[in-house]
Design a binder for this molecule. Structure first.
Ligand SMILES: [Zn+2]
Length: 225
């Protein structure tokens, strides 16, 4: 289970180890004639998703591994040691970018969401560096996600370079490296379905891009993560 540290995973009730220091919650909740998946939020009519043994499964998120109503989503508690990062970046923010960067830190401090809407190449990534630094100073865990794999691949080396004092991980469906616990994660929005209350800061790049836009499961995953 160590490679699952910091994210949620499914365990059948019968194989749950009582006494382990893990938090857990039911994988699916019954709501009258419907059953609601707690990983992706989709609701299905019970008869349409019933298994021969009587329990229910979620067909919507089955590609991430089948979860059923006779099991729980388990989370291994973690702690992220605080690091006061010295950001490594050869450039400098313009006064206008600086203002946005400070506003983002201030919003984050007040636990408020922010939307930065600007054209490609206007330095959005560099404007989030200070917010990432602030959250890591506080011992928080950070996810930078995008619906687009190419955006994640492009972001990863830039984040790694800017925060060299700790390892970050690039995670997507067919990524070369398997999941492991890191305090900075770069991933596709789909990957957030594997997390529950795991991050103090989530940055979504290209929030208006397909397939995130209009996808209720991805939105559910984001809010849970
Ligand atoms: Zn589901």
């Amino acid at each position: 289970m160590t490679n699952q540290k910091g994210r949620q995973f499914f365990v059948l009730d019968e194989t749950m180890n009582v006494g382990k220091p893990f938090d857990s919650r039911p994988a699916m909740l019954e709501q009258g004639q419907r059953i609601v998946c707690q990983r992706c939020g989709s609701s299905h009519r019970k008869p349409s998703v019933q298994l021969p043994i009587g329990s229910y499964y979620c067909p919507t998120c089955i590609r991430y591994g089948r979860i059923t109503s006779n099991g729980r989503l388990v989370i291994q508690p973690t702690d992220s040691p605080a690091i006061d990062h010295h950001i490594v970046w050869p450039g400098a923010l313009t006064p206008f970018q600086q203002k946005i960067s400070q506003q983002l830190v201030s919003n984050c401090r007040q636990k408020r969401s922010s939307l930065v809407w600007s054209v490609t190449g206007s330095g959005k990534t560099e404007m989030i560096f200070e917010t990432i630094r602030y959250v890591r100073q506080e011992g928080g865990r950070v996810a930078i996600v995008s619906p687009r794999i190419d955006v994640c691949r492009e972001l990863f080396p830039r984040i790694q370079q800017a925060f060299p004092q700790e390892e970050s991980l690039l995670l997507y469906g067919k990524s070369e490296e398997p999941y492991r616990y890191t305090n900075i994660l770069i991933a596709t929005t789909h990957q957030l379905l594997h997390f529950y209350r795991s991050f103090q800061l989530i940055v979504v790049d290209e929030v208006d891009a397909f397939p995130y836009e209009g996808d209720a499961q991805l939105r559910y995953g984001l809010y849970n993560a």
